[in-house]
Write a protein that binds this ligand. Structure first.
Ligand code: CDP
Length: 211
């Protein structure tokens, strides 16, 4: 049977997760938030008292990753964000996490969100979305999300941290953040979650008519 993979990429807090979860539920497909793999890897390195930008420590942590690590409750917040971005720029870490992502998508089809799903993990995915929004809007969403979790933060700091992480994600040589040539770009600035979902679902159904 042909591959039923929906690849959703884009910068931080663009609304990928919300959209991916809703698409997966509506279409009856498994969902993988691939950012969790990098977050859990970064967290393991921090737990070991090592530096997330140390390639040997980060690769060992990626290879030792267990499914239960993805359910940890300490994978969000500034320290986890920075550790995730640091390990994500190391090619050996990305190589260690590649097969898990491919197997997850191939087994039963899936919706995966991340930075390189449509470019590296599944370049042959039949549906690819590149979800984005302005930096100010993405910073506002992340700030609200942190506040709802009881993590008070300063909007200007959240925006500066996000701009820095986006720049690093886009500039790194290993799987930099970019839209695949054949991706459908969806700018969610000024769109509510329902409008984003409807637009994306319409695109996916056109690309994969059997769904
Ligand atoms: O939503 P947010 O961008 O804050 O976080 P995320 O999607 O969980 O990604 C966390 C970090 O992991 C990003 O800054 C990327 O550096 C990295 N990442 C990646 O390199 N490749 C992926 N497929 C997913 C995440």
């Amino acid at each position: 049977m042909s591959l039923t993979v929906i690849a959703i990429d884009g910068p931080a807090a663009a609304g990928k997760g919300t959209l991916a979860r809703r698409l997966a539920a509506a279409l009856g497909l498994p969902y993988l938030d691939t950012g969790l793999l990098y977050r859990a890897t970064g967290r393991r390195v921090l737990d070991d008292g090592r530096d997330p930008s140390d390639p040997a420590a980060a690769e060992a942590a990626a290879r030792a990753l267990r499914p239960e690590d993805l359910a940890r409750t300490d994978l969000r917040g500034p320290a986890a964000d920075a550790a995730a971005a640091a390990v994500a720029s190391i090619p050996a870490v990305r190589a260690a996490l590649l097969q898990f992502q491919r197997t997850f998508g191939v087994e039963r089809g899936a919706v995966l969100d991340g930075r390189d799903i449509g470019t590296v993990i599944f370049p042959n995915a039949p549906a690819k979305l590149f979800v984005t929004a302005s930096l100010a809007e993405r910073a506002r969403r992340r700030w609200l999300e942190l506040r709802q979790k009881g993590m008070e933060s300063d909007l200007a700091t959240v925006e500066a941290d996000m701009a820095d992480r986006d720049a690093k994600d886009a500039a790194r040589s290993a799987a930099p953040l970019r839209a695949a040539d054949d991706a459908f770009t969806l700018d969610t600035t000024g769109l509510d979650p329902d409008a984003v979902f409807e637009t994306a679902l319409d695109y996916v159904r056109r690309r994969i008519p059997r769904l």
